[in-house]
Design a protein around this ligand. Structure first.
Ligand code: GLU
Length: 432
């Protein structure tokens, strides 16, 4: 089984979506089940409704899964395993106060060495622990005796020392399991075979393996820690970069298939540039992903979006406009890269006409011609008649004609626009 484990603590980040996509592709390639695990253990950071929003986004992107679980539903299981570890003396109760720990952290910082737990409570006897039962405490896993190794499809063989891992907290004072503990247990009980996630979790992995080993779990889980996504300035894409939010990209009029295409292409070697998720399932290879951070380039996404839009027959329904405007949308696609931009172009064509004083006289002549006669199907016949009956030629014909039809001074060829909007022209001219 593979899994995607989002925290319902904010808008879905493109880095998360990328993880969700890769897991989906691998699940399909290997015919494995796909678990969505909502990591809702941090009650203070959870935001109401974000879980539903994440599932909705997965749906929009066509990412199908087999099961959804909420991590908090498994608290009892996490506690049971913590109790097992305590009774086997693989974990210990720690009464060190947050203040004490903070002081030690500061001393370590002043001495320019990494902070590690002092080991103070590790040797407390059972009696001592029982006597202090009413004091607040956390539970820590004893640091492993040996190095922890694992295989990562992107980073290769990894190895961490017990010093790297330390005696870390598995249950907080409020008895809520830490991320590492809940995650390690859930990966174990749901029989996860490959974990794909962001490389910000790389240092958590040996901790999670240490938990599983302490519990006697023998299955070897493989990993792929994806390089982070940088913005165009080479800094980590943060919440402040609006393009990091999947919701924002969708609202801006990027197609889900284009966003997916771009995120799979990013930092990857693929046989082609424009592809569907279905095609990606055929060629995707985790080991081809670059080890270095990927740079998010919105212009590249715009290009890819445009290519996907060109493949769409029914732009009108994507734009949520009347289907009689579909041909016009297709013509205007040459001027737009996103649905939002395309919609703005169409809206302008349909909007009440502005004042174009320079051309007002010619505009009136052309309007009259349009209203007085049947409109020809053929653009050349239409244009020739207007020219003949009004005496207008060259720029004096084309500029006002463009303004009458489109309300804009620039745009696609009038010969392409005319047939696409012929059915609307009289109505537009009448309305102005
Ligand atoms: N909830 C964690 C996150 O969103 C999950 C990391 C993992 O896949 O283990 O970063």
């Amino acid at each position: 089984m593979v899994r995607f484990a989002p925290s319902p603590t904010g808008d879905m980040h493109i880095g998360n979506l990328r993880v969700a996509l890769f897991n989906y592709v691998i699940a399909k390639q290997k015919n494995e089940k796909y678990l969505i695990r909502i990591e809702d253990t941090d009650n203070e950071r959870n935001i109401e409704g974000k879980d539903k929003e994440i599932l909705q986004i997965l749906k929009i992107f066509g990412i199908e899964y087999d099961q959804v679980v909420y991590q908090s539903e498994n608290f009892k299981v996490h506690w049971k395993f913590a109790t097992d570890l305590l009774s086997q003396k693989k974990a210990f109760v720690c009464f060190c106060t947050p203040d004490e720990i903070e002081k030690q952290r500061q001393i370590a910082q002043e001495e320019k060495r990494p902070y590690r737990y002092s080991g103070k409570c590790e040797e407390l006897s059972d009696i001592e622990v029982l006597q202090r039962e009413d004091e607040p405490f956390v539970v820590r896993l004893k640091k492993p005796k040996e190095n922890i190794k694992f295989f990562d499809y992107i980073k290769g063989e990894m190895e961490f020392s017990p010093f790297d891992i330390d005696s870390f907290v598995i249950l907080r004072q409020n008895k809520i399991p830490t991320y590492n503990f809940a995650c390690a247990i859930d990966d174990m009980i749901y029989d996860i075979s490959l974990i794909i996630r962001g490389e910000d979790h790389l240092s958590n992995t040996p901790k999670q393996i240490a938990i599983q080993k302490a519990l006697g779990y023998e299955k070897e889980i493989k990993y792929a820690h994806l390089p982070i996504i940088l913005n165009i300035d080479g800094k980590k894409m943060s919440k402040r970069d609006s393009a990091s939010s999947v919701k924002w990209l969708l609202e801006e009029g990027f197609l889900p298939e284009a966003i997916a295409n771009y995120l799979i292409l990013l930092g990857n070697k693929t046989p082609k540039e424009i592809f569907s998720l279905q095609e990606a399932i055929e060629f995707f290879d985790l080991s081809k992903l670059s080890k270095s951070p990927a740079k998010f380039d919105i212009d590249k996404l715009r290009f890819i979006n445009h290519e996907h839009l060109k493949q769409k027959d029914d732009l009108a329904s994507l734009l949520q406009i009347h289907k009689s405007l579909n041909a016009l949308a297709k013509v205007y696609l040459e001027e737009a890269s996103t649905l939002k931009e395309l919609k703005a172009k169409i809206d302008e064509v349909l909007a009440p006409r502005g004042e174009f004083e320079e051309w007002q006289e010619e505009i009136e002549l052309i309007k009259k011609e349009i209203l007085d006669n049947e409109l020809e199907d053929d653009y050349n016949e239409f244009k020739n008649r207007i020219s003949k009956n009004t005496g207008l030629k060259g720029k004096k014909l084309f500029m006002p004609l463009r303004l009458v039809l489109t309300n804009q001074t620039h745009g696609p060829n009038i010969s392409d626009i005319y047939p696409a909007m012929k059915h609307l022209i009289k109505e537009i001219v009448n309305g102005n």
